[in-house]
Design a protein around this ligand. Structure first.
Ligand code: PLP
Ligand code: COI
Length: 335
């Protein structure tokens, strides 16, 4: 195992020994291969650079209490990446190839898999880029798929404690029938203006729907959920990413007898919520301590500590990921 101070890791890139690559030409995928070369020689007219033909994913491997290694729901990431690829007219990475590449990246980088209970995990960043040189506006026919591993710590530096958010009505992250439901780099570039403005105030950004700016969309790079009258409420929107973590939390909530509502959620409903949070692979569950709505001079307060439902769901999810409880839904690839 590498000599890394695992518990000090944040959500930053740490180089590992190997990455995995695979190429596609005219719809035909090659075999994934391992390399230690983290650089790519790319034509400057490649469609990923010129026209943003790029999609990515994010998933984690955990070293469990029983010494086994678990990768969480990688088939779901594979399916989502295929949907993102189709949305940008790219050749989708076949599901079995995607999973083979993740397992290869895991096998080759076991020294970078953080020990149990350090709070760190091995994160995989699958990336698909268009490499055909093109000046005419249109999709290319050549693609490079890579899996970049990195050990990481918590996404929000405070860990499982409240993070403050601010609403931004002046920058839209995604349009209702645009690319918001796909994991493509352009969505993130489009959000930087809002997220950087929030960060300068020590806050994270809560995005509203881009039509009426009344409904909650999502929390930067995570979905939103709140608990209202004991019900798990989470936005239904065509401009947000269908989070695999949120999907898992909804299932866990139902398993615990908690009602789940996936529907449009008015920002004002925050005043009736007892707790709320941001959820995602990187964020896990990050409780929201307060939401500032500067345009209406309103602050919704939730406190710095996670609420009871958030705590229960957080540990239910982690127990599965770390092999401390039965994986009833068969979510983990176990090695
Ligand atoms: N929303 C956005 C915009 C994201 O980037 C992510 C991260 O992947 C999520 C939500 C959470 O999705 P998941 O739980 O699948 O990681
Ligand atoms: C994730 O949660 O895996 C993400 O990709 C979100 C963000 C860090 C881009």
């Amino acid at each position: 195992m590498k000599d890394i101070d695992w518990s000090k890791l944040g959500f930053h890139y740490t180089e590992t020994d190997y990455i995995v690559r695979c190429e596609c030409h005219d719809g035909v995928w090659g075999k994934p291969y391992v390399t230690n070369d983290k650089y790519v020689s790319l034509h400057l007219s490649a469609t990923c650079l010129q026209y943003g033909q790029e999609a990515f994913e994010g998933l984690k491997a955990f070293r469990g209490a029983d010494g086994k290694v678990r990768v969480f729901r990688m088939e779901e990431n594979a399916r989502r990446m295929a949907r993102s690829a189709e949305a940008l007219c790219m050749s989708p990475v076949p599901e079995d190839l995607f999973c083979e590449a993740i397992i290869l990246a895991l096998d080759k980088n076991m020294d970078f898999l953080p020990p149990y209970e350090t709070g760190a995990t091995l994160y995989f960043r699958p990336l698909l880029i268009g490499t055909t040189p093109r000046l005419g506006v249109g999709p290319g026919r050549d693609f490079l798929f890579v899996v970049i591993p990195s050990p990481i710590g918590p996404y929000f530096p405070v860990g499982f404690h409240g993070t403050p958010f601010i609403v931004n009505r002046h920058v839209d992250r995604a349009a209702p029938f645009g690319t918001g439901q796909y994991k493509v780099g352009g969505n993130y570039a489009a959000s930087f203006r809002a997220t950087e403005a929030a960060h300068r105030q020590g806050l994270s950004c809560l995005f509203l729907d881009s039509v009426e700016r009344k409904y909650i969309d999502e929390c930067g790079a995570a979905n939103f959920f709140g608990i209202k009258d004991g019900v798990y409420v989470t936005p239904q929107s065509t401009s947000i990413l269908p989070s695999i973590t949120n999907n898992s939390l909804m299932q866990l909530a139902r398993d615990k007898g908690i009602q789940v509502e996936q529907r449009r959620v008015l920002l004002e409903e925050l005043s009736d919520m007892t707790e709320c949070g941001a959820c995602g692979t990187a964020a896990v569950i990050s409780p929201i301590s307060r939401v500032i709505d500067p345009d209406n001079a309103r602050i919704y307060e939730f406190g710095d500590e996670p609420g009871e439902v958030s705590k229960m769901l957080y540990y239910a999810l982690k127990d599965i990921q770390y092999g401390r409880t039965e994986d009833k839904h068969g979510w983990c690839y176990v090695k």
